[in-house]
Design a protein around this ligand. Structure first.
Ligand code: PLP
Length: 443
């Protein structure tokens, strides 16, 4: 197999005829509840390119939702996972263990914030990791309440639907939801009524007041927060917010859980986004970027908290599958070797410079934000802060039609988010931004 050329190429309409044929088969066979951002059917992907069945090559600003940070066919991931596949596909770690699982847990202990004794448990999906973090925090504290935040996203299983803020499409019609979940404000700087400079202090005070008065801090097992909120709109909580919540948790024996499923593993230019304000989470959940595209997730944290769940209380048939563990070791090796934190910071520099120019020119760009290769623009109606989901959808569509894959997000559906693979070439990155500028000129 030859290397995938790192060049955009549009040879048909997007989606092209072969993709449309496959889409018709898909519609007949696949449940309607499973959506797709852009129904072009993939044949190959790697670096910053996705190739489709019609021979088009799209510039990838999505990474399969922040997963393929090392690329979708990274050499070390393919090599290690292939070797593992040939040796054995599965034994179940709960039946007969294997070294790869242990090695991933050792890497997690080394790479996550804090130099305390740490342990990990491995699972398959992000939602599963979050569920297990709740189980562990409840077992450790012998308390039940869980505090989450406005605009938070934690998954689609029953417990994580309850933890997730947004109704459509994640929750609507799928209740009843798990009890003992409480939601408090987050410091969303751009939309904070008294301005971003007050958001950190005011939002943390409000959140702490609500926890103290409405729930009782002594009843709270865990607070769970994304250090940069993902699906909710790439919201970086205003400075001071995370440290205040972490300190409150510490003072009250509450387990502080950082959900770094989207923000972790070099995505924001640091191994974990918590590091930005020196936060040391008690527990940290990871998934997405961890294994170069294979399904793997983890809960990592203070050894005494992780050990609170009784033997047999955690696990699952496939959790920490050996092929996924081999892939994770390949992905981590790639992140270190290529210094992908530095690459993410460079992506931020290029993107923010160019997006600031777009913001100068178009007053529908309300905010440009994010860190590393987790960058977004929030779109509003001219001269207001009213969300503009229509123009957001139109921009995404215009980008797709010329071969630039972008994603949207946000509670109001008005955020364009950019999550390129960290290994994307700078020429492709700039070409993608050229296409985005042209899309703005067109709407
Ligand atoms: C994607 C995501 C999840 C859920 O992960 P799945 O693998 O889709 O279950 C949880 N938390 C955050 C912050 C995420 O971005």
């Amino acid at each position: 197999m030859t290397a995938l050329p790192q060049e955009r190429r549009v040879v048909t309409a997007i989606p092209g005829p072969k993709s449309q044929e496959l889409q018709a088969r898909r519609t007949a066979a696949v449940a309607a509840g499973v959506g797709s951002v852009l129904p072009v059917f993939t044949t190959r992907a790697g670096g910053g390119i996705i190739e489709d069945v019609d021979g088009n090559r799209l510039i990838d600003f999505g990474s399969g939702i922040a997963v393929t940070s090392v690329g979708a066919s990274a050499e070390a991931v393919v090599r290690r996972a292939s070797a593992q596949l040939a040796d054995f596909t599965h034994s179940c770690f709960m039946v007969t263990p294997y070294e790869g699982y242990v090695e991933v847990c050792e890497q997690l202990a080394e790479l996550t914030p804090g130099d305390h004794a740490k342990k990990s448990a491995l699972f398959n999906s992000g939602a599963e990791a979050v569920e297990n973090a709740v189980k562990i925090a409840r077992a450790y504290t012998k308390r039940q309440a869980v505090v989450v935040f406005d605009h938070g996203y934690h998954g689609r299983t029953n417990l994580t639907m309850a933890l997730t803020a947004k109704n459509m499409p994640y929750k609507n019609g799928f209740g009843p939801f798990a009890p003992e979940i409480y939601r408090v404000p987050v410091a969303y700087g751009y939309r904070w009524p008294s301005g971003p400079e007050n958001a950190g202090a005011e939002a943390s005070a409000q959140a702490i007041d609500m926890i103290s008065k409405q729930i009782g801090a002594e009843n709270v097992a865990a607070v769970i927060i994304e250090p940069v909120l993902g699906e909710g709109g790439f919201i970086e909580p205003a400075k001071g917010f995370l440290p205040a919540i972490a300190q409150f948790a510490k003072d009250n024996g509450i387990v502080f859980v950082a959900d770094e499923i989207q923000s972790g593993f070099c995505r924001t230019g640091q191994w974990f986004a918590s590091e930005d304000e020196g936060i040391v989470p008690d527990l940290i959940t990871t998934a997405k970027g961890i294994a170069g595209g294979l399904p793997l997730s983890a809960v990592t944290g203070r050894a005494e908290i992780m050990d609170a769940a009784h033997a047999g209380g955690l696990g699952g048939t496939y959790g920490g599958n050996p092929v996924a563990c081999a892939a994770a070791l390949g992905a981590i090796e790639t992140m270190k070797e290529l210094d992908l934190n530095a690459r993410a910071k460079r992506i931020e520099e290029v993107m923010k410079t160019r997006l600031a120019a777009v913001q100068e020119k178009y007053d529908i760009v309300g905010d440009v934000r994010g860190r590393g290769a987790m960058i977004a623009i929030e779109l509003v109606k001219s001269g207001t802060k009213d969300p503009n989901p229509e123009v957001t959808a139109a921009l995404a569509k215009a980008c797709h039609s010329v071969g630039l894959l972008v994603l949207t997000c946000g509670t109001y559906g008005n955020v364009l988010r950019f999550l390129p693979p960290l290994v994307i070439g700078e020429d492709l990155l700039n070409e993608g931004l050229d296409l985005l500028e042209q899309a703005f000129a067109g709407v």
